[in-house]
Design a protein around this ligand. Structure first.
Ligand code: FES
Ligand SMILES: [Fe+2]
Length: 351
């Protein structure tokens, strides 16, 4: 399967890469090994020794270099072979390991998987999730989804699933016939749904009044290529015209394809400071989100991929409903970007 390559992809949370240790993960079907150099910055190399193709993470870190665990070839952080312990020690000319541009931002390690110059300005702006933002931040969520990233993207862009899959928790059946508006703005696809009066889902009751009284509720999700999402959702009293100073949150959702059929899913949330939550309530809020994503979304997504097998999505002739407006537009943009990447000349900044 083809993936959009000229993009920054979230590889892991910064805390996943500890000094003196190697961390390995597959992104876009490529196995990559990460480690921190002595100056604290992150290096990323293809996790495959060019000699006999064993994973480099089975070797050892030697300062800023990796020594292959099988026969001891040593590579620096640019992938250059700097030592051959065998024979006369000559380093074969063509030997090289691919290295990847890496940038740390918003507590995540971002990897540039493409050929064009890796410009950090193209990393999506999630500054509200940063520890120093003016919000209460619940960070660090990660899930491994056994489904193609576009199926998970469909899920995030289709907020109607809150009314069934997350009924009572994140959404309510009362919202099935919500008003829905899909628009495109600055390359983003935005889907907004709102209901003037609905029963209150548990997670919003915890954040708002805790009286289980009906509320007005809105949910909005923004997508930008290849797979960055921003959620804005909450409730307020039906008689109010706009959001209160609490009862809502912003959500960061990021997908990185692992393989054709599996996905890395990163999520975090930013609540306004006026949200009154003690420690155990904060834990309940996090637990409700974990339950929704792990026990509801993931279960459905994994089963969906298993049912599809290796079939191409469109060849299955999926039924299209009004709630599919945003996901379908997203898939069309992705297909367009893939065609563009395949036809445009590439300039390489790799050595
Ligand atoms: S496989 Fe790495 S040095 Fe032989
Ligand atoms: Fe969901």
């Amino acid at each position: 399967m083809a993936f959009i390559r000229n993009a920054w992809y979230a590889a892991c949370w910064s805390a996943d890469i500890r000094a003196g240790e190697m961390f390995h993960r597959t992104l876009l079907n490529e196995q990559i090994v990460f480690y921190r150099k002595k100056d604290g910055s992150v290096a990323a190399l293809l996790d495959r020794c060019p000699h006999r193709f064993v994973p480099l993470h089975l070797g050892t870190l030697q300062g800023d270099d990796i020594e292959c665990g099988y026969h001891g070839l040593r590579f620096d952080c640019s992938g250059r072979c700097v030592k051959n312990p065998h024979g006369d020690g000559r380093i074969p000319q063509a030997i090289h390991v691919r290295s990847y541009p890496v940038h740390e931002r918003h507590d995540l390690v971002w990897v540039w998987m493409g050929e064009w110059p890796a410009d950090p300005a193209r990393i999506p702006d999630y500054r509200l999730i940063d520890a120093k933002s003016d919000y209460q931040v619940v960070t660090g969520g990660y899930l491994h989804i056994c489904a193609n990233y576009l199926l998970m993207a469909d899920n995030l862009l289709d907020l109607s699933h809150l009314t069934y899959l997350h009924d009572g928790l994140l959404g309510s059946r009362d919202q099935v016939s919500s008003n829905q508006l899909v628009r495109e703005e600055d390359g983003k696809i935005i889907c907004r749904r709102w209901t003037p009066k609905s029963s209150v889902p548990k997670i919003f009751d915890l954040l708002y009044r805790r009286d289980q009284q009906p509320v007005a509720m809105w949910t909005e999700i923004q997508w930008s290529a290849p797979s960055y999402f921003w959620f804005d959702g909450g409730v307020h009293a039906p008689e109010r015209q706009e959001r209160d100073d609490h009862g809502w949150w912003y959500g960061q959702h990021i997908l990185t394809p692992e393989t054709d059929r599996t996905t890395h899913y990163f999520f975090a949330a930013a609540l306004p400071l006026s949200t009154q939550l003690n420690e155990s309530e904060k834990a309940r809020y996090a637990e409700m989100r974990r339950f929704a994503f792990l026990e509801q979304d993931k279960v459905m997504l994994d089963a969906q991929q298993a049912a599809l097998g290796n079939a191409d999505f469109w060849s299955m002739k999926p039924t299209l409903l009004s709630v599919d407006a945003a996901p379908v537009r997203m898939r069309r943009v992705v297909e367009h970007l893939l065609r563009t990447e395949q036809t445009e000349p590439q300039t390489s900044d790799r050595t």
